[in-house]
Every structure is written in C-alpha cells, then in structure tokens.
Design a protein around this ligand. Structure first.
Ligand SMILES: Cc1ncc(COP(=O)(O)O)c(C=O)c1O
Length: 382
C-alpha cells in the first residue's frame, strides 16, 4: 500500500473545507470539476430510466444501448471503426486507468508517462510494481514532449505509454506530429500498449482534438479513455469508458465483475442521452470556459513574479511562479492560509511540476477575479 499515491486535489479540498469551518472565506480553484449543473435533458433521462426499472444489475461491460452510442461517437469523432464489443463502461473513467494497469503491466516493466501529468497514473504505475519513466513536458515547448527525448526512453522494457491530450494539468495539446512520433516508435512492437486519456477531447479552444487511435495501424494498440464528467458536467454521476481490443475489454469486464459488478444502470441511460441528445449545453460550457481562460491568464500575467501561458485545452491554468522566489508547495500553502485561495502545487503532478501552480478555471468569473486580487496582494506582501 505504501507504493500507492493519491490525488492532492482532494487533500487540499479537505484543508480548505476545514478552514471554511473556522469561518475563513476560500475561493476554490483546486478541484477539477465544472461548476455547471448537468444539462436538464440528461437528468430527465436518468429520472425516466429510474421509473422504467433501470434499478437492477446490468451487464458488467455496460448496457448495450450505451456501448452502441459510445462506439458510434468514437467512430465518428476519431474516424475509426469501433464496435460495441470494443467498448467497456465503468463508474467514471478512473477505473479504466486502474484496470488497464492491473491487466497489462507486470512488475519491473517500464511505463512512460507525461510529467507533469494526472497523478493517478504515477500512483498506479508504482502500485503495480512497474517503473515510472517520466517524459517531461516543458513550458518552452507549449507543454508538449521533446520527440528525441521520447525516442530515447523507448527501451525494450517499455510495456505501456500513457498519453493525455488535452492535458491535465498543463492544458497542453499534442499535435498529429507528436502522436506520429509515438506511433512510429511502437509500430513494430506488439508488446506495447498506449493508454490515451482523452477526457478533455471536447474542451479545446484552438484547433481540433487529435487521437493516436486515428493513426494508421494504431487502433489495436490503444486503450482510449474518455467519459462524461467534464464534457457534460457529470463528475458525481460516475460514468466513464474505455475503447480497446475486444479481448482486453473482456479482461476489464472481468475486473469489473470482481470489483463493482457493473456500472449504475440509470446513470448509463443518462449517458445515452448525453451522447445522442442535443449538444448545445455542453458547447455553451466550453464557450464560457474560453471566456474565463482570458480572465485568468491575463490576470496571472499581471502579477509580478508570475507568468502564464495560455492553455490550449482543458480548464486549468499552469502558471510559472519561479519569479516569486518560493517553491510551489510553500506558495500554495501560503495562498491557502494567507489569501484564502485554494490552488495545487505543480509537484502534485510529478517532479517536473516544480515551479508551477495549477488553478482550475471551472469557476465563475467573479470568483476568478476575487482569487486573482487576493493572489496579487499576497504575492506583493511576500
Ligand atoms: C486527465 C483526466 N483523466 C481522467 C479523469 C477522471 O475522470 P472521471 O471523473 O471520469 O473518473 C480526470 C479527472 O479529473 C482527468 O483530469
């Protein structure tokens, strides 16, 4: 158990809540979830499903209607042919990370992971006894990886590569050229798989989302992870999925039987509505995130000692705070305790996160402005 890590966002949230209990006013920019409510048509579909009897166990890999809707959605958006048998539904997308590592990675094997990156990957890599190999994402490269560095890490011990684009926490977006570098490295390697975390596929501000699964010859090697939490503001519903080879789907379904039995039935019916119903509410959320991005990025760049690149996707600002003279963990503690702003230190996302903070802008413009004023004042007083 000592090898298992965690997601610091939940720890900072607990600290912030404790301060609130003592009467302190805190602006929450630590947790990565849309502040919008789930669209009404999706909630209505869940209620309808409840009354229609979707209150029992269902198939471990997901109900057929949802697997079909997902197969259609991924086929259309990634321009590949996906069948329902290549889809597995889970309670949130996180179990896809957990189950894929358990199913495919053996102790001693190497897993390449973008760093800074979503912390659960590093945690799970260590948990299964594999070797965590960070692939640094550098600010000067728009938080994309260096192709030569990546190629240098492709030893014959590599079993898994984890990609995430648009990325949490940097907001970096991998280009088709970046994905081709990965594809070329594994074209002749039948022993290597890629987890492609595409959770933020719809939250992209410039250009189009590119999936490695779309590149020639890649589909069979990819475990594509996606879900409903971010695009449809459904974090509390716990609904996500993986798209992968049918034989691996069967293993993931077996892990589902051993852990959850199945994903909540009426939630899955809401998922069908999310994917097949009107998309305007989700588009409105993305437009709003785009506006907030302008506010937070220009505000951060106006604070002495802080600079911030514009993220191309997701809803996180990842400012460089080296000019403040503090390390990221001291600065995030200082901001929480002295300014009433909850943010995350960059090192919550791996060693290459030092020198940065992560601020979620899935919060109102009013709260973002309040946080910026408080941060500016606190940094001035350092
Ligand atoms: C990159 C990334 N992948 C996956 C997830 C997990 O999402 P879910 O709520 O579906 O488990 C998150 C949530 O923060 C995320 O940021």
């Amino acid at each position: 158990m000592d090898a298992l890590g965690t997601e610091t966002a939940f720890e900072v949230l607990a600290k912030a809540k404790a301060l609130e209990k003592k009467g302190k006013d805190i602006v929450h920019l630590e947790i990565g979830e849309p502040d919008f409510d789930t669209p009404k048509n999706i909630k209505e579909a869940a209620v309808k499903a409840l009354y229609a009897g979707y209150t029992h166990y269902v198939a471990a890999a997901g109900i057929p209607e949802l697997r079909e809707a997902i197969a259609e959605y991924i086929s259309k958006t990634r321009k590949i042919e996906v069948t329902p048998e290549e889809v597995v539904v889970t309670p949130g997308a996180k179990p896809i990370m957990f189950f894929s590592m358990l199913a495919l990675v053996n102790p001693g094997e190497e897993v390449l992971n973008l760093d800074p990156g979503f912390p659960i990957f590093e945690s799970l890599i260590n948990f299964v006894g594999a070797k965590y190999v960070p692939i640094p994402l550098k600010e000067e490269n728009d938080f994309r990886f260096d192709p030569e560095y990546f190629k240098g890490k492709m030893t014959d011990k590599v079993k898994m590569i984890v990609l995430n684009s648009p990325e949490n926490p940097t907001g970096g977006v991998l280009t088709r050229e970046d994905l081709k570098v990965v594809a070329d490295c594994i074209a002749n390697r039948d022993d290597v798989f890629v987890i492609s975390d595409e959770m933020y596929d719809n939250i992209i501000y410039e250009g189009e989302h590119e999936s490695i699964a779309s590149l020639p010859g890649m589909k069979e090697k990819i475990l594509l992870l996606d879900g409903f939490s971010k695009t449809y503001a459904m974090t509390g519903w716990r609904l996500g999925y993986g798209v992968m080879r049918k034989d691996i789907v069967e293993k993931i379904a077996q892990l589902m039987v051993n852990s959850n039995s199945c994903t909540c039935a009426f939630t899955q019916m809401a998922g069908v509505e999310a994917l097949t119903g009107p998309q305007d509410e989700s588009a409105k959320m993305v437009a709003e995130f785009k506006k907030r991005r302008e506010v937070i990025i220009s505000g951060l760049n106006n604070i002495e000692g802080i600079t911030c690149k514009k993220p191309r996707g997701a809803f996180y600002a990842f400012p460089n705070i080296t000019g403040t003279g503090m390390n990221c963990s001291s600065l995030s503690d200082y901001l929480l305790n002295n300014a009433g702003v909850a943010v995350l230190p960059g090192t919550s996302f791996g060693e290459y996160g030092e020198g940065y903070l992560r601020l979620s802008f899935a919060n109102s413009v009013e709260n973002i402005k309040k946080a910026l004023d408080r941060i500016a004042e606190a940094v001035k007083n350092l």
